[in-house]
Ligand binder design. Sequence first.
Ligand SMILES: Cc1ncc(COP(=O)(O)O)c(C=O)c1O
Length: 413
Amino acid sequence: MPKQSMSRRRFLQSTGAAAIWLPTSVRGYSSSEMQALFVDGVMQQDVSKWELDTPALCVDIDLLESNIATMQSTTAANGIASRPHAKTHKTPIIAQMQLDSGSVGICTAKVSEAEAMFQHGIEQILMTTTNVTATKIRRAMNLRESCSGFIQATDSPENARLLSAAAVAKGLVADVVIDVDPGGHRTGITPGQPALRLAQLVDSLPGLRLRGLLCYDGGSQHVKGFAARKQQTLERLMGATETYDLFQGSGLSTEIFSGGGTGTYNIDHDTRGLTDIQVGSYVFMDAQYIDIGGESNAEAYTDFQPSLTIMTTVLNAQYQGRATTDAGAKACTINRPWPVVKGESGMSYTSGSDEFGSLVYEAGASRTYKVGDKLELIVSHCDPVVNLYNQMYAIRNDRVEAIWQIAARGMSA
Ligand SMILES: Cc1ncc(COP(=O)(O)O)c(C=O)c1O
């Protein structure tokens, strides 16, 4: 979509056709029925996303591909690479699409996510969280033994020594990057001299190979307004650039200087030394990101399209002004802002109840619903929503084209 100015409301309305009414006699194809319709991976029948049993997680392939292409062309034009974060989609097929488009690797948040990705053929993996327990370190080294492209983060001398000892015990030299704190104090070592001393230690340890640094500034990604976001993230990454200079001045590897995310994807290249961005949400987008506004459209973040949706069915419509659906917290999470009804206006959705969603009509609502009707929701926050489902339906032109297993779903350890 062109980055023209468009209000959030108009953007959301334009993101798809209005929900169509389906008679309640139309069957809802269950997950196992849908699986059975695929023979050798080829769908044997036309099934509309409106015919799926609900709640159902869907991804629009055209929008997903367009998001991946936009990211790739932007990073290429800006002289950096992308190393997309698989914590968002947890789906090897999507990781492979990102790699096929030119990404230099993927990131994972957890060692279990990394294992799942590797088991599905993904070999260039940067784990952005530090492994601190003996269990996690053992798993990380086991993975490194078979996956030469596995790199992990460290942010303390104690941890670096533990990693090195575990690698030596396995007869390995494990690849690490130094995680540098952008100021949020969540993870990462203090930039400057503390980070330099850690990098020098890593460089001297027999079981480790230093590959560079990472600095992810989560606190800047959702800052509203492009100018404010740009100013904050560039300021907060100055410490990482200072650290990069210290590494370079000491002859240490800066082959990787990874950071950034969806909110700053067109800002991060102004951080000197940065090699790649760990963008996650851009593949799906969500209501949280739409709210932040973009460079050319202050009203809504329209650089990427909302490709991830939840299909839900109306269960009760007896009272005027509202309806109840089958997608509550267990299908949508309770993140805010709440999910948005795609292609409609004048209604608000909440998913606070475990199994039920509430739809409330405002004055001038574009339509009302009957029991059995289906509607489509743009998700609130994509990462935790994906983690609620075993599979997503891959949709093209409203038809189910494939079923993608969310192989790292639930891999939170
Ligand atoms: C370390 C790290 N890198 C990258 C990302 C991706 O961020 P986004 O989804 O905003 O692109 C996250 C998200 O939380 C993260 O924790």
